[in-house]
Each structure stands twice: as structure tokens, then as C-alpha cells.
Design a protein. Sequence first.
Length: 623
Amino acid sequence: MVWAKCKKSCIAGAGSGGYSSGMIIIREYASQVWGAITYHKRPLLAFHLYFSLLALFVLSPLAGWTLAGLVQLSGSTMLGNEDLARFLLTPTGIAWVLLAASFVAFFLFFQSAGMILIAARDQDDRFHTASNALWRVLKRFTDLFKLASMQVVSHLLLAAPSLLLLLWLFQWLLGDYDIYYVVNVHPTELFYFLPLATMLLIALLLGNGLLYVSWSMALPAMLLDGFKPRVALTRSWQLVKGARFKAARLILLIAILTLSLPIVFTLTFEAIGAALMAWLPGPTAVQVTLMGLLIVLYVLLAVVLSFIAISANSLLLLKLYLRSCGHTPQVFAEFEPRATAPLAWSFELVMALLALGQLTYVAQSFDTRTEVLNIAHRGASIDAPENSLAAIEKAIEQGADYIELDVQQTADGVLVLLHDRDLLRVAGDQRAIWDISYAELAQLDAGSWFAPAFAAEQVPTLAEAVELMRGRARLYLEVKTSPAMPTLVEDTVAALQQLEFVDDTLIAALSPRVLDQVRELEPDLRTSLLVHTAIGAFTRQPYDALSLRDAVTGPAELRAARSGGYQLHVWTVNNSSDMHRYMDMGVDGIITDLPALLSEVQQERADLSAGERLLLRMRHWVW
């Protein structure tokens, strides 16, 4: 049997000869891996291109279908923050998570598998071509997916106790606090929670790290010796047994180094590029040409470095497996399709055409608009206490078009502006807003927490804010619903009707159900759905605006907004570079703590020529 051919002088028995030399062994493996990359560079790079193309045509659509399937399973057209979290805790949601994670692991295994086969000799002592390796990996689709799903399920099961304990610990120590208070004020309980959470996370990482190392040989064992997934996992465990910590030191160190290489490159190139852009000479034609060359250089180097990182990690596993066993792995003879060379050239031609098309698309995707709504987040909340009359006044002075505020309700039904569910952060009072009367609230100092100069500030009423803004700015009002305030939506709509401020108000909420209720009560009120994380069909949403977190806002979301006929707002953007980027993208509104900075950016762009705007767009596309 092939199993019997593996000697006991594997990793487990290497002892002093295998890992005691520490850095010497690491340098030895690094040298071997680099030698293998340089020797096989052409087929490895070709396979890297094949995989990139396959990912483009298969992985991206598959991800879209998977997300669409999730939404369909939930019975909704879109899942927002709360609905998404609630659904993922159901049996169907958990099954979806396992399936999606298995597909991600499968594609990672797919690329590593091809590179391992390219660098391993077959039974006729020949190396594989890139097209041959691609064919062999495709034939092992089922086994690769089984191996990926087994590892994903095992890692999640191993992590589940630590994650559940972490959630319980958070609820026990910090559950009584508003999360915004925890993040900004850091109560004493947080300093009890952090070390305990750190220990749990370390235990989680160690457990899953050791499992990863123990099963790291499973992929080459399955590819080179023909083991089935379950047997390959067992064989890998046997090979690494007794030397897990030493193996982990080698495998994880080199993996971290190779994976960090593209990150370090990106940060370095961004710094160099930003410095060069500040010193580029005129005229505009020269600047645009240099910027184009810089972009091409960046893309080429990024592709090369990602290729080195992925191939180095894959070939390390191969070298470790070959060293672990005292026999030559049995790579079975398989006949590939004829005319693979034309197939390879066709792949590369299609890749080049797609890259050209992508560049053309990016160049055409820049929006020519120069205007964007300046939406002050809780007023000018960097310069004055959030949700205060002072913050509203400063935001108006700084050029805000809309003032984004949060409305809640006191125990006696008065509508007031407050973000947190309690007054602990802004007034030092632990009571929830719905447990305090307005008369008591009016006695509290809601400004000293920000600065002594604002000691006279109180928590304002909605009516006071409206009168301050009337004729000067519009209201972007988030309704902070809670079961303790059952009439908040109805009372807010009624107040806006009574104040005759319906036409100047945009109602925002995290829950679609709240906005649906607003539209039923007052069809003329415009609405905006606030989204931190969401998936689904944005184009079918009936709201006037979609307000997305900056990290999830991109061209696809903008196209959906244009197709669906609603505005796209992005939050919370507080630096000029990102403001330029989202304006180049074409968003309709930017929510910011710094309305004065956004006004400066708008004025800067208004003063530019057409050529200068093009250069600016190219610059912010990359940096």
C-alpha cells in the first residue's frame, strides 16, 4: 500500500534534524520554495492567470447566486442589519453560512492544488504544464469541495464554544450599556471584558491554528497519493503529529510573510504615489500621462506580488509533504484534452481583453457631477456636542444642506434629540430616555461632556431644532425605535405635520418596517433606509434614498440606485480623499461629522478645469 511506503522519519519523527535548527530550517525552506517558483515561473504564472479568469467567470457569479439564494431563503427582497443577523441564527441561515464558507475554501484549495501539481513530478518523472494541471484539478472538483467543506465545518465547530462564551461574556458585563457608550466612553466593565475576551480569542486562534497545521498536508496527500478527503485529513494528522508546534512555527510564519507582502506593497506604493502626485509638473497632459503609467505599474506589480505570495504558500506545503514521506508520491497518469496550448493562449487573450475592458469601464464610470448633498452627521459633531442646538447652528454656518439628527421620546411623550438609549454618555445619567420626564431632562447638563464651553447645552426637543433650521437647512431625521417607545413613529410624523416641516424632512431608519409605517401615515414624507450591512435587491426598494456605510458603497450600488430611481447617500465620511472619491463615483449625498471640510472640497472641485478634474478622478481612483 502507498500508506505503508511513508516512513516514520516524517515531520513527527524529524526531531532535532527537522526543526531544532529554527531559522536555519526556515531559510532552507524559503530558499527551496523560491527556487521552485523561479524554475516553474511560466506554468505557475499561466495557472495563476487561468484561475483569475475562472474566478471572474465562475466565482463572482457564484457569489452573486449564493447571496441571491440567501435572500430568497429568507423570504424577503433584501436583508438589513437586524434581519440578516436574525436569519443567520436559524438552521437555514447556518446551513447557508457553511455552504458559502465551503465555496470560499474550495476556490482557495483550487488555486493551491494547481500550483502543487505543476511543481510535482508525475510517475514518468515529468513536470505538469499549466493546462495539464488545470485539467487535473477540474477532474478533482468533487473531492476538493468535500475536503474544503470538512475543514470549514470542523473549524466552525471548534470555534463555536469560544464565540458563544464571548457573546455571553459581553452580554453579562456590557449588555446594560448602549454600544455607542461602550465604544466612546470605555466604562470600567470594558476593562474586565477585554482581557477575558483576549484570552478567549487567543484560545480560538490557537485551536484553529493547530487544526489548520495538522490538516495542512491533506491537500498534497489527496493530489499526489490519491487519498480520499477523509483519509487525506487523517494522513495529514499522522504526519504532523508530535511536531505541531514546530510545524506551526514554520507554516504560519512563512504564510504570514507571504500574505503580508501584497499588503506592505500596497501601503508603500500608496505613500510613494501620493508623494509623487504632490510634485507632478504641469501641464495637465503630462500629469495625466504620468498618472496612467503609475496606474499600469501599480497593477502589474500587484499581480506579480500576489502571484508570489500564493505560489510560495502552495509550494511550501508541497515541500513539507515531500520531506515528510520517505517515498515518491504516486501522481496518477491522466490524459488531458488535445490542443491545450491554443486553449491556454485563448485564456490569456480573453484575460487581456477583459483587463482592457475593465480600464475602459473605469474611465467611463466617472460621474461628471460637481454637486453633492452636504449632510451634517448629528450636526457639526466634531465642533459641538452631537444633536445639540449648538451643533445644528454650526453645521448651518458651515454650509450643510441637511442636518442628520436622532429622535427619541421621554417618559411623558416629548420628542427629543438623542442618539443613545440612555443619558450616561452625554449627561452622566444611567436612566434610559423613556424612563425620564422632560422636566427632569431639562435640568441635566448635556454639553460639559464635550467641552466646558458647552455647559449650558441641554437635550433639545425636535420642535426647537425645526425652528432653528426653518428656511436655513433641511432635516435628515433618524427614528430610533424601541419597544419602550411604541408611539414614537406616529408621534414624530404628527409633530412634523403640525410644525409644517414635512416637505423639508427626510425620515431615516434601520428598519424597512419603520419606513413603511411612515409612508402610510404621511405619503409626502420622503424616506431613507440606513444600511450598515445588507444584501439583496436594492433596485426594488420603495424608498427615496438608500444610505450605505462607506465600506460597502461602490459603483454596483450606485448603478442599482440609478436603475431603481432612488438617491444613494454614504456615511460617515470624514476625510477629503474619501469625499473626492465618492463624489467622483457620483453619490447623491455624503454624511459627515465635518460639513465645513466637505464644503471646502466642493469649492475646490468647482474651481478646477475639466482636465484637472480628470486628473483628480484618476488620482483618487488609485489613492
